[in-house]
Design a protein around this ligand. Structure first.
Ligand SMILES: C[S@@+](CC[C@H](N)C(=O)[O-])C[C@H]1O[C@@H](n2cnc3c(N)ncnc32)[C@H](O)[C@@H]1O
Length: 275
């Protein structure tokens, strides 16, 4: 049976995939870049050649089993960068660009020492280094596999981020002007985890209320921040109040929250001003 590009797209959408996902997946099966969506429209009556058809059937089946598009194509766009990703790292989310925006606004463009805790694919650290060439950006993760992906991205993008393996701030050396982190923050047993089973558990959940990693980072960050330094954290959309309370309890000032593109309270942070 022959399948046209239009049929393939309709098949994916009938299976429940959003149109954009279906288009990007089909471009991947056709060996085309994600920028070529117009090509799909111009060629919608073309028949898929046998090798593209075989790849299409296999990638469509994977996507319909909830595997992230980024793991299937091996790429994810983040803050204008093309990142390589695989199943050893969190699929970087557009919401996390809020954290990057905040760090860029909070600090001067002059040389600063900045640490990204739990770097995964390197998304946050690489975006910051790309935007601020004078900063000394450090990135840390507990997972050696994640660090290998982040380091490969840094090499490919020619960005001089310093990487280290460690357990949150136990792996950090010296003082920073800002510590930023998108830590795991889903509560263990949360039903949303079922749909995320392709991503590393270590990147997703953290204790009974999801805040174990946040607590560890907030408690230890003051010893690693310059006076006036910022701690900026991404969290779940219902966690802002709890995270702000933890920040205040640890002595942070200027505690505030930022919303993501959907208007949800997504990041909270504050400044460390020792008495
Ligand atoms: C939510 S993911 C964030 C990944 C990336 N920063 C992003 O935004 O796409 C959390 C990251 O924290 C790392 N992580 C988990 N436990 C850690 C620990 N104890 N110390 C350091 N990193 C840890 C995970 O390996 C994972 O890469």
């Amino acid at each position: 049976m022959t399948t046209t590009l239009a049929h393939a797209l309709a098949q994916a959408q009938a299976g429940g995939l959003p149109r954009l996902d279906a288009q990007l997946l089909l471009l991947h099966a056709c060996g085309r870049s994600p920028q070529e969506r117009a090509w799909l429209i111009a060629h919608d009556t073309d028949v898929l050649p046998p090798d593209s058809m075989a790849l299409w059937e296999s990638v469509l089946a994977r996507r319909l089993r909830d595997e992230p598009l980024a793991y299937i194509t091996g790429h994810k766009a983040f803050y204008g960068l093309d990142l390589l990703v695989d199943a050893s790292v969190l699929d970087p989310r557009a919401d996390t660009e809020t954290l990057v925006d905040w760090a860029l606004q909070a600090l001067p463009a002059a040389p600063q020492r900045v640490l990204d805790l739990g770097t995964g694919s390197g998304a946050v650290a690489l975006a910051l280094q790309h935007e601020r060439r004078l900063w000394e950006v450090h990135a840390l993760d507990h997972s050696a596999d994640a660090l290998a992906v982040a380091q490969a991205n840094a090499q490919r993008l020619k960005l001089p981020v310093h990487f280290a393996q460690g357990d949150w701030l136990q792996g950090a050396q010296g003082l920073f002007h800002a510590i930023v982190s998108n830590p795991p923050y889903v509560a263990q047993g949360d039903p949303h985890l079922d749909a995320l089973h392709h991503e590393p558990a270590m990147a997703l959940s953290s204790g009974a209320d999801g805040l174990d990693a946040v607590r560890t980072i907030i408690t230890s960050a003051p010893q690693h921040l310059h006076a006036g330094g910022w701690l900026l954290l991404e969290h779940g959309f219902e966690q802002a109040q709890a995270v702000c309370a933890l920040l205040r309890k640890a002595g942070f000032s200027d505690v505030q929250t930022r919303r993501d593109l959907a208007g949800l309270e997504r990041c909270s942070g504050g400044r460390f001003n020792p008495a």
